[in-house]
Design a protein around this ligand. Structure first.
Ligand code: ADP
Ligand code: MG
Length: 685
């Protein structure tokens, strides 16, 4: 049977069942084989009844002492009861439903049971365990796979279908050549499938899992490299230091050592005629914007155009304002292109861009989807890279393709300190610069976890900070009140809360409101008023989560902080503690329960520690942004398995030069398949 045969080719799977399988994305025989168990029952680990722990799941082998009898509970529910024993103790088993089983259970026969054993008044008891008759000459399997089910699927149906597949499909094409398998202790692919679904022993299962995870990580990383790595031998325009004045000389502060080093590294990259692909990673507030600006300026000074992309309109607008202030005196022309502009305004900018009348374009990613054309693009900078998907990175790479086969330099910046395991996978193809130093004079942020009953005290403290010249953010999880959600959990909504505060505790204080449902110009207005100090409090949803920089703001109150993820809380908190003022972050826990995430936030401001904790708790989805999580479906590998990730990354380095050879044909094909599945086959070359 071929792997791409529809599963209806399997006996017993017709229209109805195949629809159930389809709901889990299983359409072909190959899909079914890759539908790995979510866990296993170790029914071979048989324990004497006497040694069972009360309330734990155990496997026991017992003799039936008399034929089962039917009974009824007080509420009228029918059950039947089986009496059994082993050499150590006796056991009473109650089965609800499953009447067909009753006739198969006979006094004198032996059975293996698997389920929760409790210690009752009259000895051991079990309720509706799994039961298998023991037959001479037909040993029972020790390890039983457990599949993630949905719809009408049953364990039995899946197991049966998979077993058929395994016996019908022989000779899988190997993805990894033998020398790789040998070097890394892996088993052949067909054996891996067999042991994953019908393990012979724990040892075999361990090797099978390792083989599956190794292969998956290797394929995934190969796919990323194929998709993202600049073409071998691609050229770029060298961008060299000029003797023109730089905005850096006009800054009101001295660069940190880390900023100076980063700029030097970037300039050295840009001076080469191979495209730069560099990631600048620095925690919130480490001063990445200046570093990016230095690169943008150098590009413009070389007569090439540069573009800077940000994930939100608010951030793009803020960058545009900052860069214009720095660059216009240097004779560098900037423009902001966002989705909020009118068609006419957009067209004017596009025209000017093509005519070479704009040197630095700032925008959101959305502008790239439009038919934006450059006269000569030399550099692409992406801010808050972790907000963009792998797919968008591929798209960017396509955009950076220039006339004459040249490619623009690429600089990506990320504030979320991506855990090392992830960055190795995601950015394995990038050179990394760490911005591991905060500008001097920063105060630590005091973080408090409080509850709604502390509210009045909190408002009082905020007022005190405002009277001393500070400013405050108040963050809410929702935009508007939702009556239905309101009943279940009273979450603060920005609009009503704003009105409440303005009419209540902060009646005499100028306040602003910002959220995603405002128009771009309303957002810009609210942001400007806060940045200039006109408003003292900004009530906001998470639209200000990334990048926003108002150094005078030193207080943040996060309502329903328990609703937010760790990375998000860290980013939000990064909006304060950016200036000379002592800063305070209040995490209001509205849930009435202890919260582990909030405890971590209170304990540390270290982005790396927070990111690692987040990865452990929630998996990779959050790091890839919502767009990316769909592309990152790892079935068997874990992104927290650092040793295996390192091993596969190292193996990949050796394999990449050989990827087009016969030995790695299947690996390459598999990588292409993964890229296709992610929806972009474009940049594979
Ligand atoms: P992020 O790394 O989060 O993007 P920003 O680039 O927004 O950080 O910088 C945060 C704040 O620190 C800004 O107000 C910026 O002007 C300021 N800043 C950057 N570099 C320095 C420095 N070397 N000394 C003092 N302040 C700095
Ligand atoms: Mg930033």
């Amino acid at each position: 049977m071929r792997l791409d045969a529809p599963i209806t080719a399997i006996k017993g799977i017709g229209e109805v069942k195949s629809a159930d399988f389809a709901k889990r994305g299983i359409l072909t025989v190959g899909d079914l084989l890759e539908f790995f168990p979510r866990g296993y029952e170790y029914r071979g680990d048989v324990v004497p009844l006497r040694d069972c722990t009360d309330g734990e799941v155990h496997a026991v082998v017992v003799r039936c002492t008399k034929n089962p009898v039917v009974g009824r509970t007080r509420s009228g529910l029918e059950f039947f009861r089986m009496y059994a024993e082993d050499d150590s103790a006796s056991l009473t088993v109650t089965f609800f439903g499953r009447r067909f089983l009753m006739d198969q259970i006979r006094a004198g026969r032996s059975y293996r049971l698997y389920g929760r054993i409790t210690m009752g008044l009259c000895g051991a008891e079990a309720t509706s365990p799994e039961i298998e008759p023991i037959t001479a000459g037909k040993p029972l399997p020790d390890i039983i796979p457990v599949y993630p089910l949905s719809g009408g699927l049953t364990q039995k149906a899946v197991r049966g279908a998979v077993e058929q597949c395994l016996s019908l499909c022989a000779g899988f094409a190997e993805i990894l050549p033998q020398e790789i398998r040998q070097a890394h202790g892996l088993m052949p692919r067909s054996e891996m499938f067999r042991q994953m679904h019908c393990p012979e022993s724990k040892e075999q299962l361990a090797v099978a899992k390792r083989t599956a995870a190794f292969t998956e990580l290797l394929v995934f990383q190969t796919a990323l490299r194929c998709m993202l790595k600049a073409k071998d031998g691609a050229h770029a325009d060298a961008l060299c230091e000029t003797d023109r004045d730089s905005f850096l000389q006009q800054l009101p502060f001295a660069l940190t050592g880390a900023q100076t080093r980063a700029i030097a590294e970037i300039k050295a990259d840009l001076a080469k005629d191979v495209p730069m692909t560099r990631l600048v990673q620095g925690d919130v507030g480490s001063g990445k914007t200046v570093v990016a600006a230095a690169a943008l300026e150098l590009c413009a000074q070389n007569g090439k155009q540069a573009v800077m992309l940000a994930p939100t309109e608010i951030l793009a607008a803020q960058h545009a304002e900052k860069l214009s202030k720095w660059f216009e005196p240097m004779g560098i022309r900037c423009a902001l292109l966002t989705g909020g502009l009118t068609k006419k305004q957009k067209n004017e900018i596009k025209k000017a861009l093509l005519a070479g009348e704009i040197d630095v374009l700032i925008g959101t990613h959305a502008v790239l989807q439009d038919d934006v054309e450059f006269a000569g693009l030399g550099l692409v900078v992406t801010d808050e890279q972790h907000r963009f998907g792998v797919r968008q990175r591929a798209l960017l790479l396509d955009k950076s393709e220039q006339a004459g086969g040249k490619r623009a330099h690429m600089l990506v910046m990320s504030a979320t300190p991506i855990p090392r395991s992830l960055s190795l996978i995601l950015y394995g193809d990038l050179d990394v610069t760490l911005l591991d130093e905060l500008p001097p004079g920063r105060q630590t942020i005091d973080t408090l976890v409080l509850t709604p009953k502390d509210r009045n005290g909190i408002y009082g403290s905020i007022k005190r900070q405002l009277s001393m010249g500070g400013q405050a953010y108040i963050i809410c999880p929702l935009v508007e009140e939702n009556a239905e959600a309101e009943e279940k959990s009273p979450k603060k909504a920005a609009e009503t809360y704003f009105a409440e505060l303005q009419n209540g505790p902060f009646a005499d204080i100028p306040m602003g409101l910002i959220h995603g449902k405002l128009t771009p110009s309303q957002k810009a207005g609210a942001m400007d008023a806060f940045a200039s100090g006109q408003t003292k409090i900004l009530v906001s949803t998470t639209v200000i989560e990334v990048g926003v920089d108002v150094p005078n703001a030193n207080v943040m109150l996060i309502e329903n902080a328990e609703c937010f993820g760790l990375s998000q809380l860290h980013q939000l908190r990064g909006r304060i503690g950016r200036g000379q003022r002592k800063s305070y972050c209040v995490l209001l826990n509205g849930s009435g329960k202890e919260n582990e995430r909030l405890a971590i936030m209170k304990e540390t401001c270290d982005g790396f520690r927070i990111a690692e904790a987040d990865l452990e708790q929630r998996g990779p989805g959050d790091f890839f942004g919502e767009r990316q999580s769909g592309e990152m479906v790892l079935r068997t590998a874990s992104l927290t398995d650092m040793p295996l990730i390192k091993e596969t990354s190292r193996a990949l380095e050796g394999i990449l030069p050989l990827l087009r050879t016969e030995a790695y044909k299947q690996l390459f094909a598999e990588a292409v398949r993964v890229v296709r599945r992610a929806g972009s086959g474009k940049t594979i070359n």
